[in-house]
Design a protein. Structure first.
Length: 342
């Protein structure tokens, strides 16, 4: 058994239960700009029933009202914003025009952005009317990221937008109960060593808010502590060195293979002196391809719940969903967004 059990990545009690409890205690207002999607409406019915967060739905109001009524939710209990409302369109146009003043966008492009529900939601986030936004059931990650960067922008001192998936293992799993951070699986295709370090730092900041434990970071590679070489390994080693300057208080190590990062018995053989080996809970993948493939394999073959991609490095939280997301995923990412909000 010791050769298969993930190390101490075990926030207890069950993460998905405590996630809802912690979000409900904050009750943040969140924009949901895909309000006609059935999964979003199902999630809203749960959020309203359990008072997890306060949804602000953007869409054609009559259609959204019907969808809420069909689910037994009083439309009057949920704030609705009509995406065709002249005032909302004008405010969004003013905001994106200011944000993109150096781009020379034609008027037609700016007008189209102002009518886009994602841009409208991002504008509500930027102006403080809502604490965050959740989207991606219908629209692509690229659309959500574009709206986030245009409408909200990066946090001061941050130059790289990135993302994490929170891989949640239940108590019946050999790895669980546990929550692992996989980063970056959604934004930066070929990160430099400096970007890897910043991605790791953003993941640490996010994990402290979302999971509430102490991050232990492993920079992953096909090599463990010099067992192999090459430019890809050197890039990971440089990333670790840069990260140490950004977060000297965080336990981190690399380069490291995944088994050495996660399995104590293997770590004893491959990296016996590492401060995180066998106990890592933040896995920094060398590129987007490796991270994206890994999270999907762990989700569909390994039985983990995959929450995300949770965007990192923004001045206010905007989070993405997989287009294969369930209503439960929407609820969970909404709760995560509440925990990220100031």
């Amino acid at each position: 058994m010791s050769d298969t059990v993930v190390g101490d990545a075990t926030p207890r009690p069950d993460f998905l239960v405590t996630l809802r409890e912690r979000a409900a205690a904050r009750s943040r207002r969140l924009a949901l700009p895909e309000a006609t999607d059935g999964r979003v409406l199902d999630a809203v019915s749960i959020a309203v029933r359990d008072r997890l967060f306060e949804p602000v739905l953007l869409g054609p109001v009559d259609e959204v009202r019907r969808g809420l009524s069909e689910r037994g939710v009083d439309p009057g209990a949920v704030e609705l914003r009509d995406t065709g409302d002249d005032g909302l369109v004008r405010r969004t146009l003013d905001h994106v025009t200011e944000r993109r003043s150096d781009r020379g966008d034609p008027e037609g492009r700016l007008n189209a952005m102002a009518c886009d529900a994602l841009m409208q939601g991002a504008t509500l986030v930027a102006t403080g009317e809502v604490a965050g936004m959740v989207a991606g059931c219908v629209r692509t990650t690229a659309d959500v990221v574009r709206a986030a960067l245009t409408g909200v922008g990066l946090a001061p001192g941050t130059s790289t937008l990135s993302s994490s998936f929170y891989m949640v293992f239940g108590p019946e799993h050999s790895a669980g109960p546990a929550v692992l951070t996989f980063t970056d699986a959604g934004v930066v295709p070929e990160p430099t060593s400096e970007q890897l370090a910043e991605i790791a730092h953003s993941a640490v900041v996010a994990r402290r808010r979302i999971v509430g434990d102490e991050p232990r970071v492993a920079f992953l590679s096909y090599s463990t502590k010099g067992s192999a070489g090459g430019p890809h390994v050197e890039r990971v080693r440089r990333a670790l060195s840069t990260f140490a300057g950004l977060a000297p208080d965080v336990a981190a190590d690399g380069e490291m293979q995944a088994d050495a990062a996660l399995v104590p018995a293997i770590a004893e053989r491959k990296a016996p002196d590492s401060p995180v080996a066998g106990r890592a809970n933040v896995l920094v993948f060398p590129d987007l391809g490796a991270a994206n493939l890994s999270y999907k394999l762990v989700q569909y073959l390994g039985g983990a719940v995959a929450l995300g991609p949770v965007l990192q490095g923004l001045s206010a939280p905007v989070n993405d969903l997989s287009r294969g997301a369930s209503s439960g995923d929407v609820v969970a990412v909404g709760c995560i967004t509440s925990l990220q909000a100031d």
